[in-house]
Design a protein around this ligand. Structure first.
Ligand code: KG4
Ligand code: ZN
Length: 391
């Protein structure tokens, strides 16, 4: 049995978890900084690293307490080495190094993207009763959820705030990158469009909320690199930057036709706060609120359509036996709906709370590196940029 304490601080979540044998979640603690960054409309790097400094010790203590473990019962300490915000990564790496040195434990350095991939190996039902109170299990238990050893080759779609990648995984630690975004990541497209719509940070969940009751077919938004001409050279690549231009153009057109300079800001906030009753009083207001809902629904449908189409294509081309979808955008309901509808192969997608950044996934990835004897030295530094590579 291998017990790993994992630490993740690559962006704006301070997280620690105890993972057993790369699959079983004995604890999973995430201190979110969302409220702190909301006033800036995005992650403010220096504020993020300072908050990590404040949260890191209590979060680690809580993870150990929830797992009911002492230091002597751990086999290793794992930490995210990159990619991410350098100042944020440093807090986690320094904490992990100090603890490993003091307790005489091996140190394992993990790539954050590899962590997202391994979120699919976790068995969420193993979360302890105490930890479960922090994650109201909204996802129904799914016995076919986590990946089995016989699943290789696996086609992996990583969709987060900074990355959109299609990767063929031939075995543990064996990655072949098939393609990725040429400009904005899928999460970035959500975040930028949300800002244009006047929706607060974080953009993805807000777009999803605004899309409730929206007509996804009302506006035909661009599907980047899907035309026959571009698909030939960019079969597994993505482009999402055209979406924000299209959304901006739509907003301007609608603003002009509705004759309200205050739109969309005046209505979007209402939508974000109230999922059901938006409190629109007049017909005119209702029309404007509906417009935002329709743009949001059209946007998430367009993004999900491209992601699922290219994933299906790559999986068929490479004879994948299983598909894994992961990263913050994998939390999106429309993406999950389209996957369920269109995917013929066995596939896995983590519950929402394991899609966005967490340390459980870092512990899962670390398990395989640790088993292969890949340990970090005392000179471990952070890597702000670090593509997913085979080891
Ligand atoms: O993986 P993640 O937590 O952090 C990174 O490694 O980037 O992903 C964050 C991204 C953000 O762009 C956020 O807007 C997006 O995931 N996201 C969503 C949803 N929840 C988070 N996008 C669409 N729908 C969601 N429900
Ligand atoms: Zn992430």
């Amino acid at each position: 049995m291998t017990r790993i304490l994992a630490i993740e601080t690559s962006c704006d979540e301070t997280a620690a978890a105890v993972i057993v044998d790369g699959r079983y979640i004995h604890s999973n603690v995430v201190a979110s900084q969302i409220e702190l960054h909301r006033r800036y409309g995005g992650v403010f790097p220096e504020v993020a690293s300072r908050q990590h400094v404040l949260s890191i010790v209590p979060v680690i203590e809580e993870a150990l307490a929830q797992a009911g473990l002492g230091w002597a019962e751990l086999d290793a300490i794992a930490v995210t080495e990159g990619p991410g915000l350098a100042g944020s990564l440093l807090v986690g790496v320094n904490a992990a190094k100090g603890l490993a040195f003091m307790r005489g434990l091996p140190l394992v350095a993990v790539n954050h993207l590899e962590g997202h991939v391994y979120s699919n190996w976790l068995v969420p039902q193993t979360l302890s009763a105490e930890a479960r109170t922090m994650h109201p299990v909204s996802d129904p238990p799914n016995s076919s959820f986590s990946v089995q050893p016989s699943s290789f080759p696996i086609l992996v779609l990583i969709v987060s705030g900074g990355h959109t990648e299609l990767v063929l995984m031939e075995d543990h630690g064996r990655y072949c990158r098939l393609g990725g975004t040429l400009d904005d990541a899928a999460g970035e497209a959500f975040d930028k469009a949300a800002r244009l719509l006047g929706l607060p940070y974080p953009g993805g969940p807000m777009v999803q909320r605004a899309a409730q009751g929206g007509d996804p077919a009302r506006f035909a938004l661009p599907r980047g690199l899907m035309s026959p001409e571009t698909a030939a050279t960019h079969r597994y690549n993505f482009s999402f930057s055209g979406l924000k231009t299209a959304v901006l153009r739509l907003i301007r057109e609608q603003q002009a036709s509705l004759g309200d300079a205050a739109w969309p800001e005046g209505y979007a906030g209402t939508i974000a706060r109230q999922a059901e009753d938006v409190g629109a009083e007049t017909d005119d207001e209702r029309r404007k609120v509906q417009m935002i809902r329709d743009i949001a629904a059209s946007l998430q449908t367009a993004v999900a359509d491209v992601l699922v189409s290219k994933t299906l294509l790559a999986a068929a081309d490479y004879g994948a036996r299983h598909v894994c979808v992961c990263g913050g955008v994998a939390a999106n309901g429309e993406l999950r709906r389209q996957l369920a509808q269109r995917m013929a192969l066995p596939y896995s997608i983590p519950p929402i709370w394991l899609c966005t950044d967490n340390a459980a996934m870092i512990g899962a990835a670390a398990h395989y590196r640790f088993a292969a004897g890949l340990l970090a030295g005392r000179d471990l530094d952070v890597k702000a940029r670090w593509p997913l590579r085979s080891w």
